[in-house]
Each structure stands twice: as C-alpha cells, then as structure tokens.
Design a protein around this ligand. Structure first.
Ligand SMILES: [Zn+2]
Length: 46
C-alpha cells in the first residue's frame, strides 16, 4: 500500500515495501506493484 508523507512542504508517495519516495501517486503505485515482496521473501518482517 502506498502511503503519503509530507516533506519540504510537498506531499510524497512512499512505497511501503522499500520506502522509496515518489512525487507522483501513479508512479508510486506502479512501482509498488512490482516491488511487493510480501510473499517473495519470507524472512522480511517476520
Ligand atoms: Zn518499493
């Protein structure tokens, strides 16, 4: 799920998987679809 965060007076969209920030919500969502490692890496956050 993409989350929003405010930084330097701007709203950024953050990939919850890797923490990468985007200035465009669609870019963030597209990235996260390819970044989602919930099932790919069982050791992550377990
Ligand atoms: Zn990511």
């Amino acid at each position: 799920m993409v989350t929003t965060t405010e930084r330097d007076g701007m709203t950024w969209y953050e990939c919850e998987v890797c923490g990468m920030l985007f200035d465009d919500r669609n870019d963030a969502q597209q990235h996260e679809e390819n970044c989602d490692s919930d099932s790919a890496d069982p050791s992550y956050l377990q």
